[in-house]
Design a protein around this ligand. Structure first.
Ligand code: SAM
Ligand code: CA
Length: 247
């Protein structure tokens, strides 16, 4: 998408807005999506959480409003009820999930940082959906290992959203493929990793982008040839790969 048609105002605004997390090359087009179809329909609680998160120093980590809307829609389309989220931060994608699933739906939510979750929690409570969330503080991998060992969680999840330590995504996949049901969905977030997946190895990159890039490339290769899933890689947010378990 050519940038030439953009106003100066839009170009200047590019990184000022926390919701700006799109691989679209045209800021004007991204803004159009947000203003036409996302913000006018964004639930009040999600707006409040987005605005709270915008003031947090690590706001770069949040899920964008358009991706939140996508997740909410996807969960409803697949009638998800039993769900899991790895990587919560202040809870924007968690709230999108909690609002989409039925009143007796469940989210097992894991993050090594509880403080950030607790920042968003009052808004989640006010929205009347906190009872659906089982938050576990700590690294996700041992929890998954325990669930695999228990044996009773195999094939029980309708939807799993993975948005945490990218160097563990393949380790998560090994376990999650057992835990998601056949016909269920795993969403791996940030699979286009800032567009760096197509950058030449010597291209200038921020340190953390360079560090995780190889892991994301490995994951993408592995998902592409995994016969147990069907996949669809979408350029929403920073790229999300939607995987449907087929065997
Ligand atoms: N989904 C969140 C949202 O919508 O705002 C954003 C998640 S943020 C990109 C990544 C999160 O993963 C951070 O909050 C971080 O603390 C968490 N994290 C990092 N390593 C983790 C691990 N091993 N297990 C669980 N969570 C982890
Ligand atoms: Ca993400």
């Amino acid at each position: 998408m050519a940038e030439s048609g953009e106003s100066k105002e839009n170009q200047a605004g590019r990184h000022q807005e926390v919701g700006h997390k799109s691989l679209l090359q045209s800021d004007a087009l991204y803004q159009y999506i947000l203003e036409t179809s996302v913000y006018p329909r964004e639930p009040e609680a999600m707006k409040e959480l987005r605005e709270l998160t915008a003031n947090h120093p690590w706001n770069i980590m949040t899920t964008s409003a358009d991706e939140g809307q996508f997740l909410n829609m996807l969960l409803k389309l697949i009638n998800a009820k039993n769900t899991m989220e790895i990587g919560v931060y202040t809870g924007y994608s968690l709230l999108a999930t909690a609002l989409a699933i039925p009143d007796d739906g469940k989210i097992l939510a894991m993050d090594i940082n509880k403080e950030n979750y607790e920042l968003g929690l009052p808004i989640i409570k006010k929205a009347g959906v906190a009872h659906k969330i089982d938050f576990r503080e700590g690294p996700a991998l041992p929890v998954l290992d325990q669930m695999i060992e228990d044996g009773k969680f195999h094939g029980t999840y309708d939807f799993i959203f993975v948005d945490a330590d990218k160097d563990n995504y393949l380790n998560y996949h090994k376990r999650l493929i057992e835990l998601v049901k056949v016909g269920g969905v795993i969403g791996y977030d940030n699979t286009l990793w800032n567009g760096s997946v197509v950058a030449p190895p010597d291209a200038p990159m921020r340190k953390y982008v360079r560090y995780y890039r190889d892991f994301v490339l490995e994951l993408n290769k592995a998902l592409a040839v995994d016969p147990r899933i069907e996949i669809c890689m979408l350029p929403v947010g920073d790229g999300i790969t939607v995987c449907r378990r087929i065997s």
